[in-house]
Design a protein around this ligand. Structure first.
Ligand SMILES: [Mg+2]
Length: 325
């Protein structure tokens, strides 16, 4: 398995997240009114003068190319996997819990983190075991957006991939659709490494995750009828939903990839010019397309100028070494 697919997935998720960080919490029509009929086509800063004045500046008003909590938590998951052996789930999860708490306390945690993620980290910090720390009824997409590294490291061992991805949801999200969203997102990355077609990916994920969550199953069964419809209608309340919840975010990311499997740029731009949770759709779609197409398929300007580009490249290389070693 070539290293550039691993690097492509880690850099790709950060690029998709960084593109969407500027458009999260904005309506698609407002994005198009500001940037033209194609919407956002490049990194845009929180303080870009083209945005209409608004109160909801996130954090310090981050510059173009800054990624959000999605990538920060994806890095935490990757580091936890790389901190030691990955054969024992409880050991990996204890390391991951420490990484999550460190992230939650970091000064860089100012990028619109999700409530369940913060609640889970507070519970972990006061000693609640990782299996019980998550919000019981939360299926927000916070645990689906961060699992690409699990798909990369475990791509050859499907049962370990699923066990670890499901476990990785529990510190923050314990609803069955949140857990299955994490399993699905990791599985899609592994299937992308293997060059599975989007239709094969869809069938595999629905067969694996559908029986374990009624919400997940209901959402995913609507995806095939969406494939001929335009993104404006699919990635909205009238289609798959606004992706604040896990099953919608992962289904939306697969839809974006399905429309243009060999075109990284098209996939992530479809993902981020949306009404809802644009950065998380962009993050998940970027992780899939980056794994499928390799890092060279990511426009050079994006892969070089995304925040912490060299760290992300190095993480991809280290995950590759861990996966093949
Ligand atoms: Mg985010």
């Amino acid at each position: 398995m070539p290293v550039d697919a691993f690097v492509g997935s880690m850099v790709g998720l950060a690029v998709g997240d960084a593109l969407g960080f500027a458009t999260e919490f904005r309506r698609r029509q407002a994005i198009l009114d500001t940037f033209g009929p194609d919407g956002v086509t490049d990194f845009v800063g929180q303080l870009d003068p083209r945005w209409p004045a608004r109160p909801a500046i996130i954090g310090r008003g981050h510059p173009p190319g800054t990624y959000s909590d999605d990538t920060q938590m994806s890095i935490a998951v990757a580091e936890a996997l790389l901190d030691g052996p990955t054969d024992d789930v409880d050991t990996v999860m204890r390391r991951m819990a420490r990484r999550f708490v460190d992230w939650s306390r970091s000064g860089d945690n100012d990028r619109a983190p999700g409530n369940a993620c913060l609640t889970g980290c507070r519970n972990l910090a006061r000693g609640v075991p990782w299996r019980e720390a998550g919000v019981a009824d939360s299926k927000g997409c916070g645990s689906a957006m961060r699992v690409a590294a699990i798909g990369l490291v475990c791509w050859r061992d499907r049962s370990r991939l699923l066990e670890l991805a499901r476990a990785s949801s529990l510190p923050t999200h314990r609803h069955d659709a949140g857990i299955e969203g994490a399993a699905a997102a990791a599985l899609l990355v592994a299937l992308a490494l293997e060059k599975s077609s989007p239709a094969e990916m869809y069938d595999a994920v629905l067969a694996e995750c559908g029986p374990r969550s009624a919400d997940f199953d209901r959402c995913w069964r609507r995806l095939p009828q969406m494939l001929d419809r335009a993104p404006a209608s699919v990635l909205s309340e009238q289609g798959l939903g606004e992706s604040w919840v896990a099953e919608e975010a992962v289904a939306s990311a697969l839809y974006c990839f399905w429309r243009a499997p060999t075109d990284f740029r098209a996939t992530v731009l479809t993902a981020v010019n949306t009404d809802g949770d644009s950065d998380s759709i962009g993050c998940i779609a970027g992780s899939i397309s980056g794994a499928y197409n390799g890092v060279a398929a990511i426009p050079e300007h994006w892969r070089q100028n995304v925040e912490n580009s060299s760290l992300l490249h190095r993480l991809g290389e280290r995950l590759h070494a861990a996966a093949v070693g």
